[in-house]
Design a binder for this molecule. Structure first.
Ligand code: ASP
Length: 448
């Protein structure tokens, strides 16, 4: 039994939805389907979720929201017309959007209900079309499915009770179509996961149903070992471990949400990334253990938009609790951090830039100076992180030296190095303007 998730580009228009239903019907095991909201049809297009967010923000600001509203309804209307479905499907979708708009008007937190309408509409559409072509299918709302989440709007976390409830869905005989991206708190409030979160729903559903495979259909043949924007036709990865994929997707591999692996991993359900536009391609398998392989480094991930909060204080190493107090200040100000490499008298905390807007930066710096009596505190913005990833790295001598040579050849200064004790990845911090050339040079060092 397979749980299959289709991303936004796979449900972007009627033609794509026909490909989706062909894929579902080509394999009897594909019984539970999770869908994203209609995504981009061409590069300048706007995703339905982004339109819904615009719509919600206009309502909150009290300005006209007609344009975004009409665009959303038109997207659904044209898909429904082209698929030859009844108008009643459009009325159902419209009713949910109108109800969500009323919710946003009384409570700004209601924006999650509005954001969820893209996925919800896709699921209504896909199930209606399956029935239209004589494949028995039902739309299943996440509430009915039993997806319970924490009350963290825009960043929900699944609650453990969900998995047992989801298991009941195995009884159902028809194909089930579940909208991705959201769940309900135990009190019944609709809350979404973080952006791109339909992957998370797919993984939760696969884990709950104890599926044999979680297939994640997107628009690439496989996961590449490096961002194809930086390197032309990079090597494709046919298999990866969960740990490798987690590290890669955390740092810029946008094919799969970095939080989506955990549920599948806990139940040891293999994940296969496949292409809706080329379903015959083998795709990339993500599994728990891999047989021995020669390649030590399997991927190079990179992402920009980081800052480095640098703190130094003479004899820091002797001051018990210094690190905790520093991180406590960040916790008090609700700033989450990514890495924290440290030296004898200094410590760097790497933070995503959007976590620390200028106003918060001033408060944090002042508190560090006043409360920790440091010698230096500095913030360096425009940082990028590059990670080289591979399970085989921990038994191999010389990886760091090869990487360092690659940075030297690219003429890029390494501002920071961090290797976690898991040794599945090694992270390098550089200034953003050196990112592309450093990644290209690393690719030549490890893959050419
Ligand atoms: N539609 C949501 C987003 O654009 C979730 C998803 O597509 O996975 O973030």
């Amino acid at each position: 039994m397979k749980v299959v998730k289709f991303g936004g580009s796979s449900v972007a228009d009627a033609g794509q939805i026909k490909k989706v239903t062909d894929i579902i019907n080509s394999d009897d095991g594909r019984r539970v389907i999770v869908v994203s909201a209609p995504g981009k049809r061409f590069s300048d297009d706007v995703k339905v979720t982004d339109l819904l967010i615009q719509l919600g923000e206009s309502i909150q600001l009290g300005v006209s929201h007609k344009e975004a509203y009409d665009q959303i309804i038109d997207r659904f209307r044209s898909i429904i017309a082209e698929l030859g479905l009844s108008e009643s499907v459009l009325w159902d979708i419209k009713k949910k959007i109108d109800d969500a708009i009323d919710q946003v008007k009384v409570d700004p937190k209601g924006i999650d209900a509005l954001k969820s309408c893209g996925e919800d509409g896709s699921a209504l559409l896909v199930s209606a079309y399956l029935n239209h072509i004589d494949t028995k299918a039902s739309y299943v709302n996440p509430k009915e499915a039993g997806i319970l989440v924490s009350d963290q709007p825009g960043g929900a976390i699944v609650l453990d009770e969900s998995f047992e409830r989801l298991y009941q869905l195995r009884e159902r005989e028809e194909i089930l179509v579940i909208p991705g991206f959201f769940g309900f708190t135990p009190e019944g409030t609709l809350v979404t996961f973080s952006r791109g979160g339909s992957d998370i729903t797919g993984s939760i559903v696969a884990a709950g149903l104890k599926a044999d495979l979680y297939e994640n259909f997107t628009d690439v043949d496989s996961v590449y070992c490096v961002n194809p924007m930086f390197v032309k036709e990079p090597k494709q990865l046919t298999s990866l471990t969960y740990r490798e994929m987690r590290e890669l997707s955390y740092a810029g591999f946008s094919v799969f949400h970095d939080e989506a692996l955990i549920p599948a991993f806990k139940e040891k359900i293999p994940v296969c990334i496949k292409n809706t536009n080329n379903p015959k391609a083998k795709g990339t398998m993500i599994v728990a253990d891999l047989p021995e392989r020669e390649q030590h480094v399997v991927g190079i991930a990179s992402d920009h938009g980081f800052l480095n909060l640098y703190v130094s204080k003479y004899l820091m190493n002797r001051e018990i609790g210094f690190g905790r107090k520093l991180l406590q200040i960040l916790e008090d100000e609700e700033v989450s951090f990514e890495h924290a490499p440290s030296g004898i008298d200094d410590m760097s905390v790497v933070i995503r830039e959007h976590q620390l807007p200028k106003e918060k930066e001033e408060i944090v710096i002042r508190r560090i100076k006043d409360e920790l009596k440091v010698d230096t505190v500095m913030i360096e913005r425009d940082m990028a992180m590059i990670m080289i990833v591979g399970e085989g790295m921990n038994q191999t001598v010389g990886i760091a030296s090869r990487a360092a040579s690659a940075f030297r050849e690219a003429g890029v200064n390494i501002e920071m190095i961090n290797q976690g004790s898991s040794e599945v990845s090694m992270m390098f911090g550089v200034k953003s303007d050196g990112l592309e050339s450093a990644v290209q040079s690393l690719y030549h060092a490890f893959f050419d």
